[in-house]
Design a binder for this molecule. Structure first.
Ligand SMILES: [Zn+2]
Length: 240
């Protein structure tokens, strides 16, 4: 009995010595350091919840508040209303083509896209975000449009002309002031792995939105600064 106790004590001492003798050989030391100027946020809070090809939100339940005949997460409604109001005050025509959409609607839209793409899942994925990966289900995303005919359009909608509009330039410059980011920058596809709608903006809060915009990041890159294991990059076959 005494021998076993001594052996246990020796093992404990060895482990403790290793922990002291090997400073730096830990997972956190291998992870890249968060830049000193990155905002002090809780990266696991609702504003940063990921919906992409590798993070399903199929079972995410969104409570939503009313805004211009559609819905958004109630915590986002005031910011979105201010953005719409200020854009109009600056002389732009702006509407929400898509805001909150429920899973049933998204499934229906996906099936329609699947049919249009001759039942080719790869081709479909290039044009429409798959079921469970669409941020509109979280009530945190808005597709903006400058055409009244496209406002609250309950069908698949992608307006390629939006990128050439003055409204788009205004959004790129000012959306962060209201807590929104361009969610899918075209040159960051390897990070999010879904179709990239150009007019899709996502709420992340003002502090994070400003940092992400100023540093030309996508949401996945931003999250990886805090928690690399929360972001999987399949193209590289590894976590960030
Ligand atoms: Zn969208």
């Amino acid at each position: 009995m005494k021998k076993r106790f001594l052996a246990g004590l020796l093992m404990f001492a060895l482990l403790a010595a290793c922990a002291v003798a090997l400073p730096g050989v830990t997972a956190s030391a291998e992870a890249p350091e968060k830049p000193a100027d990155a905002p002090d946020v809780d990266i696991h809070s609702w504003e940063y919840k990921l919906a992409n090809a590798y993070n399903s939100v199929a079972f995410y339940i969104c409570e939503y508040g009313p805004i211009e005949g559609q819905g958004l997460d109630p915590r986002v409604v005031a910011s979105a209303s201010a953005l719409l109001k200020d854009a109009r005050a600056a002389g732009y025509t702006i509407y929400m083509a898509q805001a909150f959409r429920n899973l049933e609607w998204l499934e229906n839209m996906y099936l329609q896209a699947f049919k249009r793409c001759d039942y080719d899942p790869i081709l479909t994925a290039r044009t429409f975000q798959g079921i469970g990966v669409n941020e509109h289900q979280m009530g945190l995303a808005i597709d903006f449009t400058d055409k009244q005919a496209n406002a609250a359009k309950y069908e698949i909608f992608e307006d390629p002309e939006i990128v050439d509009s003055e409204l788009y330039a205004w959004l790129l410059e000012h959306a962060a002031d209201y807590g929104f980011i361009l969610r899918y920058p075209a040159d960051k596809a390897e990070w999010y792995g879904v179709a990239c709608p150009h007019a899709h903006f996502r709420y992340v809060g003002v502090e994070a939105a400003k940092y992400i915009t100023e540093h030309d990041l996508c949401l996945e890159e931003f999250i990886s600064l805090y928690d690399p294991e929360a972001v999987f990059i399949p193209e590289h076959g590894r976590f960030a």
